[in-house]
Design a protein around this ligand. Sequence first.
Ligand code: MV4
Length: 495
Amino acid sequence: MFKKVLVANRGEIAVRVMRTLKDMGIRTVTIFSDPDRIALHTLFADEAYPLGGTTSAESYLKGKKIIDIARKAGAEAIHPGYGFLSENALFAELCLENGIAFIGPPAAAIRQMGDKVTSREIMTAAGVPVVPGFDKPDMTEADALGFAEKAGFPVMVKASAGGGGKGMRKVNEPEELGKALRAARSEALSSFGDDHVYVEKFVEHPRHIEIQVLADDHGNVIYLGERDCSIQRRHQKVIEEAPSPFVTPQMREKMGETAVQATRAAGYRNAGTVEFLVDKNRNFYFLEMNTRLQVEHPVTEWITGLDLVAEQVRIAAGKPISLKQEEVRLQGHAVECRIYAEDPDNNFMPSPGTVQRLSTPAGPGIRDDSGIYQGGEISLYYDPLISKLTTYGPDRESAIRRMCRALSEYIVAGIKTNIGFHRKVLNHPEFVSGGHDTTFVDRHLDELLQSATGDEPLAIVAAAVCYYLDRQPAIGSGEARKCSPWKHFQRSSWL
Ligand code: MV4
């Protein structure tokens, strides 16, 4: 096993990965940018080295520099987390060239799955269902129209290098097709430096359901059930859960086996995720493969009892997956809320600043994967994710109720958060019923933005009382003082 591993990331995921490394008796090394000099991940590591720079491009994306640090520190492997260099095939290659293990898939798999047209071709050849679509080098408007008329409108124009909705256009009628092709091409070129686009039949009101897979160097590939990520806003996931309330046992087995087929076809190793679009009639179609540990992996850890980072490290060290498919047991239900420093009332604008007060939920079935501490800063340079709050229960209803409790315990002051927004979603009848799809947030946005609990008037009165008591010297001295100031202060701050 490795003795020392460098974590090439920041925030909650860097801390989460280092926790497992410490559990495994592995020494942790990390890197930090100038604004992250006293960030949680920097303080948490056994050793931390400065990268310099402020923006991502000047810091956490400096692959060569990170590898030099790993070599100097004597790290035998690099865990890239998610984002930054995690899906950069050149970086994965550069690690190997420098004798450092990359805790992730082979560079070739990253490259192939990063190109949507290539991945569709590989999956089609492997018998994995993909959304009916059309691709041709130098596809003309007439080519695209020919497909769209046969398949029927609406259709979707997508960038091959895309993902996350960039370079994607829905086309409702023939007259819009030419314009959509030009717009998608130009957006793809400016975003990815590649203007290759293709056309797909539009799937109405799809659910986003993904399968977690593990693959090792010994030919073992297993699936760990699904995650439902249908609660999204502008292609940003907001709430995820496992299992999906929409997936039947038969469907789970079929999707799982399909995901294993996809993983084998991709020549994949390590932890990965196969994303599917699922339509109203429960038909599922391969969407893309994510070649990294995903943000929402904790919900799978809850229902499987596994540590996915430990599996990743073991696989990268050449060891087999710790269990066989028959030993995988999915038990209970887990929900994740992504707690962001953002202002839902102001178009979800990031809300950077100092976290003046922080008190996080705890107790049975609660896990908070956080990247910050009280007094710390949420920087405007990086993703404004504060933490991933996950809850577990024997069934969906208990996991959701527990999440409501956890959110009510969560106190953050100094910055705006989306905690109130989460409470609205969790209490919405459509979400509670489990019948929601990826259009949920857009369809209900106005409702979800209304005051979260109705507790606000009470909260305002309580805050005013606290403020009043804190600034009343008479209460803290002389006649009125029947207890020590220390006790008194403690009381008023808890009121
Ligand atoms: C689609 C689709 C409907 N039909 N493709 C959005 C991001 C990209 N990775 C794929 N996306 C979609 N592709 C066809 N043929 C609808 C979406 C989509 C979506 C997918 C998953 C989760 C949330 C979504 C929100 C809007 C649109």
